[in-house]
Structures are given as structure tokens and as C-alpha cells.
Design a protein around this ligand. Structure first.
Ligand code: ADE
Length: 237
């Protein structure tokens, strides 16, 4: 994955579902496919930058497995893109959350004295690469009329569709949005010392209407997240 024509190195751009990646795939130039275990990785150029695009499937295990695969292939940074349920009051469908950090809300070793979400011997929150966050904020700023915030992404193997559960997550973690993969990718990136950022656009508010809203608004939200990802790539030095 080392490419003399692209001294900035290869950026892995991954997402859970086809809908979260297809607009990026449509724009991919010099496209070629590679098969890596269970994953198809689409190599090429986006905004003139070398990228590896791939879909991991839903959930933390899938995210960790694909992250490991793309880092093994030599990706030097990772952008996770997709949609999320809002937890922060006031966040609305189409708003964009750029990770300041990510937590695993369903990881619980409290009986052994650890904090909720803490991986023993590691941490309870994985911090974004500040430079990538800055590029993401600048990219979102150019979208015009789109609200973008730096926030905490809470990941777990749960589709949150219950206002009480959403509130509990907000209270326990001060989390801004809920999704199902980002922190797992972040944890693997941290192990490798590879910078990451998670870009999530809001598809629903994780309450009673979450399922219907998710189905209705995922295309719009995924398109927003995609534009931020393109803007990050364009801004890479
Ligand atoms: N992704 C999008 N909406 C979500 C929700 N409500 N819970 C978990 N992941 C999501």
C-alpha cells in the first residue's frame, strides 16, 4: 500500500453499511479491488488522494476485524464514516458529529473495579487525532448550513431505539451520539499508533422513532458524512 505518487500515504475510509460507502465508491478513481480474508478493499484515488475503501458490516467485532486488516495493508490513517443516533439534546437529523473521542458503552468490568467502558489495562476512551479532527471541522464548515460539532461517540452492539436508554447513555458517558462501530476501530488504531477520526451524521434521535427515521434519513445523513470525508481528503497536506 506504499505509493510513491502519494507521499501522504494511504487513508483507510471504512463504514459499516453499503449505504454509508456507496457515494464514496461512486467517486473512486483508478479503482481496483483486493480481497483480504472476508473483506473486499477498494483501492484508488478520491480527491486525488490514495485511499482504501471498505465495508466492515455492523458491530464492533466487524469494525475491529476490518481495521486490523486495513492497517496490516499499510494504511497510515483511518476515517470511519457513517450515521448515528443523536444523544445530545438539540442534535438533529443531518447534523454531523466529529469524534473528539469514542467510548464503548457496552463494555462493563465494573465488578472488578473498573470504570464503565474501561478495557482493563487500556483505557475507557480513545481520543481522536487532533489534526484529523481539525481537517474534519474545516471540511464540515464548507458545507454551508450543516451543523457540525466535536463530540463523544458511544459505540456498542446495540441499535438504540429507546429514549430512556439514550438518556442513560448520555448521562453515563456524556456521549453525543450512539453508533455501533467507531470505538472498536479507534481501539485497534490506538494499538497500532495510527491516527483516526470518526465522522457520523445523525440519522435518528435514538428514541421510539429511531427505526423509521434511520430508514428514512440514512441516505441524507450518509451523503453529509461523505462530503466531510471528501473534504478531509482534499485537505491532507
Ligand atoms: N446508527 C444510527 N442510528 C443508531 C442508533 N439509534 N443506535 C445505534 N447505532 C445507530
Amino acid at each position: 500500500m506504499h505509493d510513491r505518487a502519494h507521499p501522504e500515504g494511504v487513508t483507510a475510509v471504512i463504514g459499516a453499511m453499503d449505504e454509508e460507502l456507496e457515494a464514496l465508491l461512486d467517486d473512486l478513481e483508478e479503482r481496483r479491488e483486493g480481497s483480504h480474508g472476508p473483506f473486499t478493499v477498494h483501492f484508488g484515488r478520491l480527491e486525488g488522494r490514495a485511499v482504501a475503501l471498505a465495508r466492515c458490516g455492523v458491530g464492533k467485532v466487524n469494525a475491529a476485524a476490518l481495521t486490523q486488516a486495513v492497517l496490516t495493508l499499510g494504511a497510515v490513517r483511518l476515517v470511519f464514516t457513517g450515521v448515528a443516533g443523536a444523544l445530545r439534546p438539540g442534535l438533529e437529523v443531518g447534523d454531523v458529529v466529529i469524534s473528539k473521542d469514542a467510548v464503548q458503552h457496552d463494555l462493563d468490568v465494573r465488578p472488578l473495579g473498573y470504570r464503565l467502558g474501561e478495557v482493563p489495562g487500556e483505557t475507557w476512551s480513545w481520543e481522536v487525532d487532533p489534526r484529523l479532527a481539525e481537517l474534519a471541522l474545516a471540511a464540515a464548515g464548507e458545507l454551508g448550513g450543516v451543523r457540525a460539532v466535536l463530540g463523544r461517540v458511544a459505540s456498542g452492539d446495540v441499535f438504540v431505539a429507546d429514549p430512556a436508554r439514550a438518556r442513560a447513555l448520555r448521562d453515563a458517558f456524556a456521549a453525543d451520539c450512539a453508533e455501533m462501530e467507531g470505538a472498536a476501530a479507534a481501539q485497534v488504531c490506538a494499538k497500532w499508533g495510527v491516527p483516526f477520526v470518526i465522522i457520523r451524521s445523525i440519522s435518528d434521535t435514538a428514541g421510539h422513532d429511531a427505526e423509521v427515521d434511520f430508514r428514512s434519513f440514512t441516505p441524507l445523513a450518509a451523503a453529509r458524512a461523505k462530503r466531510v470525508v471528501s473534504g478531509i481528503l482534499r485537505r491532507l497536506p
